[in-house]
Design a protein around this ligand. Structure first.
Ligand SMILES: [Zn+2]
Ligand SMILES: [Zn+2]
Length: 180
């Protein structure tokens, strides 16, 4: 999908969102069913049952905020927009997940910065680690890939807002690049 043309560049609402539309639609119906099947399989000791059991976990640098993802993310983007640049000091690589699939511990340590009317960015109040990018009116959130511990199981699929990237690095991975 392409960015919504009705949204102007500087406000950058939802730029992470558009490529992930199919994630939201395809995964919406599955989490509870797969979780209950997985739980049943564990209860029954079915070690050989092939059920996806994503157990991605992550945290901020100081550990005050940690999270677990109950779904395996399937797409990842790198956003080079001005706001992500300023917030991260570089660019922001993230995955989108339904909010219900992100369990947070230490939520009281998160400061939410409302970077535009429809988007807020969550970072640890103690150590400053930027963890979440969230469209307030939608039911999903972007989770910073760098905050995840261990293998993520995903690969970057595209770069977005490359028109705003700075000159000190090159994007040479051959992935699609969206100007916005
Ligand atoms: Zn922290
Ligand atoms: Zn961005």
């Amino acid at each position: 999908m392409t960015p919504n043309p009705s949204l102007k560049a500087p406000t950058h609402y939802g730029s992470h969102a558009w490529p992930l539309g199919r994630l939201r639609s395809s995964s919406a119906a599955r989490p509870s069913a797969s979780a209950s099947v997985a739980g049943l399989a564990r209860t029954l000791g079915l070690a050989n049952t092939h059920i996806a059991m994503p157990a991605l976990r992550g945290s901020c640098q100081c550990g005050s905020v940690s999270f677990a993802l109950s779904e395996q993310p399937t797409e990842a983007t790198a956003c080079h927009c001005v706001q992500c640049r300023k917030q991260s000091g570089h660019f922001f690589a993230s995955v989108n997940l339904p909010k219900a699939a992100v369990s947070i511990v230490g939520e009281q340590y998160i400061t939410w910065y409302q970077s535009s009317p429809k988007v807020r960015r969550g970072f640890c109040s103690k150590c400053g680690s930027w963890l979440f990018w969230e469209p307030v009116l939608r039911d999903w959130t972007s989770v910073a890939l760098g905050s995840i511990d261990g293998p993520t199981g995903v690969q970057l699929e595209r770069h977005i807002f490359v028109a705003s990237k700075r000159d000190y690095y090159a994007i040479a991975d051959g992935l699609p690049q969206n100007e916005r």
